[in-house]
Write a protein that binds this ligand. Structure first.
Ligand SMILES: O=C(O)[C@H]1O[C@H](OP(=O)(O)OP(=O)(O)OC[C@H]2O[C@@H](n3ccc(=O)[nH]c3=O)[C@H](O)[C@@H]2O)[C@H](O)[C@@H](O)[C@@H]1O
Length: 473
């Protein structure tokens, strides 16, 4: 194709190209010749260059790696630093929280101290002049019945001294009077003598619930014998009028129904209930012995089954047991066949009766009880219905020597005290159920708060508690 092209420029171009190609060919030929002649050197040079290149790549690679290696420890350090910083912050905050908690506890203590020093608000009490105001001692005044009696006598304007060993009584029952100028609480066991000046004494100190008095029969007997002697001795010394709280249990398992005060009773003197039954019978005997021999003015109340607010949660008597079982949806435990009977009076009625008896001039024993009688089985269903819930009524073993029938004949109280119970059973039970419902909520709340407090306290205190100084070892 070139042969057919004849213009000058093309010719010149072709010539120069041929020249260049020629030079290229010659150069290659020379290189080949040289290479052929000096292949060894070339090989050596190429090898050297290759080795150099490999070393160079390696170096670069290493330096690359070095860079990445030096970058990783740097970020780890940063992370550790951030972590440590955050840990420190958490520790500082925990310390702060601990300090705040301690401060809060201190403030709560201060508040309590302030509250106890600040004049409290008390229910309004009547004003009685010196002539009409009496100093009244109530043994067992922090108990269920005693504390209600305290309330009534305080409201009437008298000076009240409560003596209690807190075996079954609770400070909480009279806490609302603490600090009142008319009120005094003495922690004392009436088994030991007491020397104070009083005008009247209500002697209620004694456990009254079968599980309680059977727990320590000797103590029950001592309280009702030695305790009563101490009370009667005090009454004799200061010429105080004294009311002894006796019980329907002096009739034992009665063979007469209903029970009038003239009935002498049917008590097993060596049975499990004897500590209480016989203790109260001796208490009555002592009262009339002091009345006859020492001219002590005595009043004797035979108290029948009583219920109401401030009964102990662990009282163990039928009313509290059934209500608590029903509120907890547990089986209501009827002991024996449930055909045994009881007559239940509301505590307010009893307190009115006790005060009326003390005021009266009547010196023989007086039954104080509600004559409306029910079998225990009926009573179980009544409680179940009033409380609601899903409890079942179940049967369990009968109690030994359990009185089979009990109903007071209250003609004497009606005649001499102009007294009879006013509170219908259902109304009283509703009030009592309400009380126990609140008590349950309160105890659950207390248990939860206490657990929370001690759990957190233990966690924070345990390192200190078990800390020891090896230097002192
Ligand atoms: O409540 C009271 O004022 C009287 O309580 C007790 O006399 P008791 O009648 O045996 O009292 P509870 O323990 O309440 O027993 C009443 C009946 O219920 C039965 N009961 C009791 C508790 C229970 O969970 N289930 C049950 O069926 C008993 O066996 C008994 O037949 C005391 O002995 C008396 O002094 C006191 O006056």
């Amino acid at each position: 194709m070139l042969g057919n092209h004849n213009c000058n420029s093309c010719l010149l171009f072709s010539k120069s190209k041929i020249r260049k190609a020629d030079v290229g060919v010659r150069s290659v030929m020379w290189t080949i010749t040289i290479t052929k002649k000096r292949w060894k050197q070339v090989a050596i040079a190429t090898g050297t260059i290759g080795v150099f290149l490999i070393v160079l790549v390696k170096i670069l690679d290493i330096s690359d790696n070095k860079e990445s290696l030096s970058a990783a420890p740097q970020s780890q350090h940063e992370l550790i630093a951030i972590y440590e910083q955050q840990q420190k912050l958490i520790e500082e905050q925990q310390l702060e929280l601990q300090k705040t908690k301690e401060e809060l506890a201190r403030l709560q203590d201060d508040l309590r101290a302030l509250q106890s020093n600040t004049p409290r608000k008390y229910p309004k009490v009547k004003y009685l002049n010196y002539k009409n105001r009496k100093r009244i001692l109530i043994t067992g005044g922090a108990g269920f019945v005693g504390s209600h009696l305290v309330d009534n006598l305080m409201l009437d304007g008298h000076e009240i001294i409560v003596v209690d060993n807190f075996f079954t009584g609770r400070k909480r029952n009279v806490a609302h009077w603490l600090g009142h100028e008319n009120f005094e609480l003495i922690h004392h066991d009436i088994v030991n003598p007491l020397f104070i000046e009083v005008d009247e004494i209500y002697h209620l100190a004694s456990p009254a619930s079968p599980p309680h008095y059977m727990l320590n029969p000797v103590k029950t007997i001592k309280t009702n014998t030695m305790g009563t002697i101490n009370v009667l001795g005090l009454a004799k010394r200061v010429m105080a009028k004294v009311l002894i709280a006796s019980t329907s249990e002096v009739y034992g398992d009665p063979t007469v129904h209903p029970q009038p005060e003239s009935y002498w009773g049917h008590v097993n003197p060596i049975g499990p209930r004897a500590c209480y039954d016989e203790g109260k019978r001796v208490s009555e005997t002592l009262s009339y012995a002091y009345a006859k021999q020492e001219k002590v003015q005595v009043r004797v109340a035979r108290i029948f089954n009583t219920y109401g607010p401030r009964m102990h949660m662990n009282d163990g008597r039928v009313v509290s047991n059934f209500i608590l079982q029903a509120l907890r949806n547990e089986t209501i435990t009827v002991y024996g066949n449930g055909k045994q009977t009881r007559s239940f009076q509301y505590v307010d009625d009893l307190v009115d009766g006790l005060m009326a008896l003390m005021e009266s001039n009547y010196t023989q024993p007086v039954n104080l009880g509600n004559p409306v009688e029910h079998t225990i089985e009926e009573f179980a269903f009544m409680i179940k219905e009033l409380v609601g819930g899903s409890s079942k009524v179940g049967r369990t073993d009968a109690m030994e020597d359990d009185p089979q029938r009990r109903k007071p004949d209250i003609s004497r109280a009606k005649k001499y005290l102009n007294w009879e119970p006013k509170v219908p059973l259902k109304m009283g039970l509703l009030k009592t159920i309400d009380y126990f419902r609140k008590e349950l909520e309160r105890s659950d709340r207390f248990a939860a708060n206490s657990k929370k407090y001690f759990d957190s306290h233990d966690l924070q205190r345990s390192p200190q508690r078990f800390q020891f100084d090896p230097g002192n070892g």
